[in-house]
Design a protein around this ligand. Structure first.
Ligand code: 1PR
Length: 622
């Protein structure tokens, strides 16, 4: 294969990775990160001979045939494959978005990924996974342009092992109404349409919903009764014409097709790679059919509603020694009250995230709380935290902090989209924008013009609204009368210090350090229009206090928008979770301190919610 004399430098995976130079997903044209390029450039410059990049185990088969080297040393970096004995699955990743979590789940199950590089690779595949990402029309355009559509149809029509995920299901149908009608692959009768939000249904459909299985399907053997994770705005309706394909339906507003199966061809609207242990077992049964249980289980699950989510949040920052730690503030002050005033250290981010996943958290959020002053792409350890966490945590990961346009010390400009892309490449499923969303909303309300250039618009255009969360950090401001302010007020449930009966919620930026002339209500409505798919609603007054969520605020905002709202700040007991779901339209509740200090386990929260008739994903169902 390679003659030893031609190679003087072997950069091993571990070393490369430790330096943060290159990552397992960085093997396609155009996806090398800036640090990866810098690292390779430095190595290439230091030798006249070719560099050999080698991935040892546990990366059994990696190939880099299509990598376009930068012009500075196009001949000096050689890539080669390391073949081990793990079985291989072919992945059709047409480069439209983030499929890292699918790769991670496949590798977690001991399989290697072979990427489709050309149409022939589809026909050569033994087992093909197609995780569709992005918009329907764009995906079809890429499939047609690259000549992949036709072999994909032939592959599916000849009943070879296939698993489509999310858009990978929708594309099999005839048409989509998403920016269309747009023609699909036309393999299954039916049309992909948008959820109807006119009757108050929150769209996108984000979260955990149980399936109603309609036929025995080995890959869904363990699913009956359990919740799986969905994130989509479009869905296929069941009809007589596609009935024979349908293996499960799900209810959200109305019944839609959640999976199809015929012979060896499967596709799912949900994300198995983000559905905890249940999802991993679906992938395992597809990858290794011999792992299916011999005794048939009754797979028929009951119909259910969208479950309320319980989210664990990790506020992350460097302590005074420079280590990244999970910290937790009282009203955003994260320093101990002792003389030393150290940053509170409540644990290691990767360990805690892994623990919360095992404990049954429906999502894990990382907030890089000093991101507003540090440039996140300079913060390689934070990116590494995401990478390591996403290898073993199979529920959605959100990361926020510092997502904005930035010019570094060398005058190099980074758009907020580039910053977000690096977070997505490192394992985030959603990004959360704080300060920058406030500035964007202020500008939008002032001019009434959508420029298309704000971080929210750019990121949602490329990754979809469902991937964009806006984190709001408001403070309560009491007033005597709604006429006292230009912002939307609410009659408060407990009067203010001088007997005020109303309050508005003033937005802040830079971790609560600066107040801005905009209310939480106005901000929420503006960012929904600018492309946010979800709102993370904090409250500085309640943060870390343990007295319960600010019900007035959460009601005000969750009634104002049609996108999901995550209630945050103030949880101190299980009753606070049932209260927020009973009294407001929040879709999820997030807590930090009580989980970090092990005062209330996630399982107790869920048990309490179930006892109160609130649907949640069971902790043993992940
Ligand atoms: O402005 O885009 O760089 O984003 C910065 C992000 O960091 C924002 O999402 C902002 O909320 C967050 N942040 C900044 N400073 C702090 C701080 O605490 N000093 N943390 C901070 C916000 C609030 C929640 C907290 C809940 C639940 N923390 O994340 O976890 O209040 O806590 P509790 O259950 O203990 O009450 P940008």
């Amino acid at each position: 294969m390679l003659s030893a004399g031609k190679c003087v430098a072997v950069i091993r995976w571990t070393r490369v990775r430790a330096k943060g130079f290159i990552d397992s997903d960085e093997r396609k044209p155009g996806v090398l990160s800036a640090p990866a390029l810098l690292g390779l450039r430095a190595c290439a410059a230091s030798t006249a001979f070719p560099l050999l990049l080698c991935w040892p185990t546990p990366m059994p088969l990696i190939s880099f045939p299509a990598l376009t080297c930068p012009p500075w040393k196009s001949n000096s970096i050689k890539f080669f494959s390391v073949r081990a004995s793990s079985p291989v699955v072919t992945l059709l990743d047409y480069g439209a978005g983030n499929v890292r979590s699918v790769r991670n789940a496949i590798r977690h199950l001991g399989f290697s990924v072979k990427d489709v590089q050309n149409p022939e690779d589809i026909l050569d595949a033994k087992r093909l996974i197609f995780p569709g990402v992005g918009a329907f029309a764009a995906a079809m355009e890429v499939l047609e342009r690259t000549g992949m559509a036709e072999p994909l149809c032939r592959y599916v029509e000849s009943d070879r092992p296939f698993l489509g995920i999310c858009l990978g299901l929708q594309l099999l149908f005839e048409y989509s109404e998403e920016n269309g009608p747009v023609k699909g692959l036309g393999l299954i009768p039916g049309v992909v349409g948008r959820f109807d939000s006119s009757n108050g249904l929150r769209v996108p459909h984000i979260g955990w919903n149980a399936l109603q299985t309609t036929k025995d399907t080995e890959i869904l053997d363990d699913v009956g009764g359990h919740h799986v994770y969905f994130v989509h705005s479009y869905r296929v309706m069941p009809t007589d014409a596609n009935n024979e394909w349908i293996s499960s339906i799900c209810n959200y507003g109305d019944s839609f097709v959640s999976s199809i199966t015929r012979g060896n061809v499967h596709a799912v609207q949900f994300h198995p790679e983000k559905s905890g242990d249940v999802g991993i077992s679906i992938l395992k049964k597809f990858l290794d059919p011999s792992s299916s249980s011999k005794t048939k289980k009754s797979a028929i699950g009951k119909a259910s509603r969208l479950a309320k989510r319980v989210i664990a949040c990790l506020d992350v920052r460097a302590n005074d020694k420079g280590d990244l730690v999970v910290t937790k503030g009282d009203q955003y002050d994260v320093r101990e009250q002792s003389n030393e005033k150290e940053v509170r250290n409540l644990g290691k981010p990767v360990d805690l995230a892994g623990q919360y996943y095992k404990d049954g958290a429906d999502e894990v959020s990382f907030l890089n709380i000093t991101g507003f002053r540090d440039f996140p792409l300079g913060d390689l350890p934070m990116l590494q935290i995401l990478r390591y966490t996403s290898e073993n945590v199979f529920v959605p990961l959100t990361v926020g902090g510092g997502i904005r346009d930035f010019t570094d010390g060398n005058g190099r400009y980074y758009s907020s989209l580039e910053v977000a892309s690096e977070y997505f490449r490192s394992g985030a499923d959603k990004i959360s924008v704080g300060s920058d969303a406030v500035y964007a909303a202020e500008e939008y309300l002032r001019t009434g013009v959508k420029t298309g250039k704000t971080s929210l618009e750019q990121i949602s255009r490329v990754y979809g609204n469902q991937a964009v969360v806006v984190s709001i950090d408001p403070r309560r401001v009491y007033v005597r009368s709604p006429d006292d302010v230009e912002f939307k007020t609410i009659k408060v449930s407990s009067p203010g210090p001088s007997g005020e009966e109303y309050a508005w919620y003033q937005c802040t930026v830079n971790g609560g350090r600066e107040v801005r002339p905009i209310g939480a209500f106005e901000l929420a409505k503006a960012v929904e229009e600018l492309g946010a798919g979800e709102i993370l609603l904090n409250c500085i007054d309640c943060d870390g206090q343990g007295h319960g969520f600010d019900i007035d605020l959460i009601k005000l905002v969750s009634d104002a928008v049609t996108i999901p709202v995550i209630a945050s700040s103030g949880a101190g007991a299980v009753e606070h979770f049932s209260e927020v779901f009973e009294k407001t339209n929040a879709s999820a509740a997030l807590a930090a301190g009580i989980f970090h200090r092990k005062e209330v386990p996630i399982s107790s929260v869920k048990q309490h919610l179930l006892q109160n008739g609130i649907e949640v994903r069971a902790c043993d169902g992940h």
